[in-house]
Design a protein around this ligand. Structure first.
Ligand SMILES: CC(C)(COP(=O)(O)OP(=O)(O)OC[C@H]1O[C@@H](n2cnc3c(N)ncnc32)[C@H](O)[C@@H]1OP(=O)(O)O)[C@@H](O)C(=O)NCCC(=O)NCCS
Length: 179
């Protein structure tokens, strides 16, 4: 009979790699995130310009089980300023793979990638009704720096616009301290 794997063995099978165009359907998670199809397509186009990056977590048998997007520049320099400050968002691990350390590995891996790209401060917004995610970010060294109204709009897969209002905490982590 197959033995259950220890978390260490399980984690050693994870691959974290840049998002590829062929991954886009998998980001819809069998329909749950179909409404973000255009958001992901637009994001993928921005990746080609270097203004954005995204990584996926994969497992051999499962394919894509997690994701993270990072903006290097946006119209809010306090989040991403085009030089040394970048904004992490759409951080997600599939429900059946949560609380196994994958989110932690993903964040740490991407932090290292950002440092290699000259990023000194990482920012993110975490919904006020998501204390577990906030706890994870705090454990990783992020600190709350501001309140965010969390209002944003997106076109769904049929091009119908939706507005989301999700009050959030802005969090920041200094990846590279001033010398
Ligand atoms: C937030 C999210 C990305 C975290 O991913 P994750 O893979 O569950 O993260 P981790 O497993 O590294 O850490 C989560 C918890 O598991 C615990 N954990 C980590 N490794 C563990 C292990 N080997 N055994 C048991 N527990 C473990 C951590 O202590 C942590 O506990 P806490 O929440 O009480 O602090 C994931 O929960 C998720 O996708 N949530 C829904 C979307 C979301 O809220 N995204 C964040 C938007 S800002």
């Amino acid at each position: 009979m197959e033995q259950p794997q220890s978390p260490e063995n399980f984690l050693s099978q994870l691959v974290i790699r840049p998002l590829e165009e062929s991954d886009l359907p998998a980001l819809e998670w069998n329909g749950e995130f179909k409404h973000f199809r255009k958001v992901y397509e637009n994001a993928y186009r921005r990746i080609q310009t270097g203004k954005l990056a995204a990584w996926v977590v994969t497992l051999p048998e499962e394919g894509v089980i997690g994701q993270i997007f990072v903006q290097f520049i946006c119209d809010r320099p306090e989040l991403a300023n085009g030089t040394d400050r970048a904004y992490m968002y759409s951080i997600r691990v599939k429900p059946q793979f949560r609380s196994l350390g994958i989110g932690t590995v993903l964040m740490r891996t991407v932090e290292a990638e950002l440092v290699n790209r000259g990023i000194r401060t990482a920012t993110l917004n975490v919904a006020k009704d998501n204390p577990r995610a906030r706890q994870l970010y705090e454990r990783l060294g992020f600190k709350v720096t501001a309140h965010e109204p969390g209002v944003w709009s997106y076109p769904d897969e049929k091009n119908v616009w939706h507005t989301v209002e999700q009050p959030a905490w802005r969090m920041e982590k200094v990846l590279v301290a001033d010398s």
